[in-house]
Design a protein around this ligand. Structure first.
Ligand code: CP3
Length: 351
């Protein structure tokens, strides 16, 4: 799988930067580009539940393509959610509008963990179909597959919904290591299977979202979480695609998140990119414009983007992105202006 299925992918600036090779321009895509900030998305989603839409291959294909058409970004992100594979294996959970993932019976015991099925391709035929349709449509634009990392997914399962402190999750981690270990292994296996389905169907890169890992100290991350994320990243690495590893508030974890097996480390906007690059060492980086800068005047937004591109020259590779997902009230016109600005920014010249 080291050769892209479509030869046009050979020219992809995104794949070049992710592999630490020299791209023609700084590639750009946006986390959460396929979603609520687009009116054409909102129209398609009228009366269709979030997870329901994720299970409809034609809807997934169309929603994934919408931001590519509108912005001309250098990569597509597969429209799904980090909790979708759990629903696919039979867990009673939903994504409640304005709240996020809600789990009917939170996972607390070894028996609860044992009751969760392992993921097989038969659980997600709609994913295989959607990825195949997408890669055919996308041609030279790579598709990024993704999964939730074990800690972040565990947080939803143990808390039963979104949480600020992740207190019950960390209580399990500190107080019930056997249950914690079983749960992390279970989720890692599901993430591994979910990424394999996406890559085997044609995704050219993967991103592992450990959005809430920043709640952990480096020591706790290293002992209780990193081995499980490393297993998922190692499995994706065997499939021959570049791996992006991202979390929020992870300044102190960046080197460990790289060591976990990432080709590209995602940096949120709180860490100056230069500092992030120093922390991840000889790996590519992704990031990291403050997502609220799209609400500033266009020239303010683009001058901050220029600073980030300049800082990115010191990295092994740099994929431009926001420092977290697109905020739903974002004006798509600003993202279009930002995309054009980043792609036109000259990369030649002395570093
Ligand atoms: O464009 C994309 O990035 C592709 C699709 C995508 C979604 N979720 C769609 C979605 C991706 C990559 C995700 C990942 C995801 N889901 C993460 C990691 C990324 C991050 O932001 O840190 C997390 C933590 C989740 C869990 C989740 N799902 C939350 C917290 C929410 C928001 C709740 C809300 O409505 O405010 C969701 C819902 C969700 N996932 C939406 C979309 C488009 C909105 C639901 C809707 O449109 O009805």
């Amino acid at each position: 799988m080291t050769t892209p299925a479509d030869a046009r992918l050979d020219d992809s600036a995104f794949l070049a930067a992710a592999r630490g090779e020299k791209p023609s321009h700084t590639p750009v895509w946006f986390m959460r580009q396929a979603g609520r900030s687009l009116p054409e998305y909102l129209k398609l989603r009228e009366g269709v539940g979030m997870l329901e839409s994720c299970m409809d291959a034609d809807l997934v294909t169309e929603i994934t393509l919408q931001p590519v058409r509108r912005y001309g970004v250098d990569a597509a992100i597969f429209f799904s959610d980090i909790v979708l594979p759990l629903r696919a294996v039979g867990l009673d959970l939903d994504i409640v509008p304005g709240i996020g993932p809600v789990v009917a019976s939170p996972v607390r015991t070894l028996a609860d963990v044992a009751a969760i099925a392992d993921l097989t391709p038969e659980h997600v035929p709609f994913i295989t179909r959607a990825v195949q349709q997408l890669t055919a449509e996308l041609g030279g634009t790579p598709l990024i597959g993704f999964a939730g990392a074990p800690f972040t997914v565990a947080s939803y399962l143990v808390e039963g919904g979104p949480s600020k402190e992740h207190a019950k999750t960390k209580a399990m981690m500190f107080g019930a290591p056997d249950v914690w270990d079983a749960l992390m292994r279970k989720i890692a296996g599901i993430a591994e299977g979910y990424l394999r389905v996406q890559v085997e169907a044609g995704a050219s890169a993967v991103q592992l979202f450990d959005s809430w890992a920043g709640a952990l100290t480096p020591t706790d991350y290293q002992q209780h979480v990193m081995p499980h994320s490393a297993r998922v990243l190692a499995a994706a690495g065997k499939l021959g695609v570049p791996r992006i590893h991202f979390g929020v508030g992870t300044t102190n974890l960046l080197s460990l998140m790289g060591e976990a097996g990432a080709d590209v480390v995602g940096i949120d906007w709180r860490t100056p990119l230069a500092e992030g690059i120093a922390r991840v060492g000889d790996r590519a980086v992704q990031g990291n414009l403050d997502p609220t800068l799209v609400f500033a005047p266009t020239d303010v937004m683009t001058s901050r983007a220029a600073e980030i591109i300049e800082a990115g020259r010191a990295a092994k590779g740099h994929v431009f992105n926001l420092g977290h997902g697109v905020i739903p009230s974002t004006d798509p016109g600003q993202l279009k202006a930002l995309t054009e600005f980043v792609q036109a920014y000259p990369l030649k010249g002395p570093v």
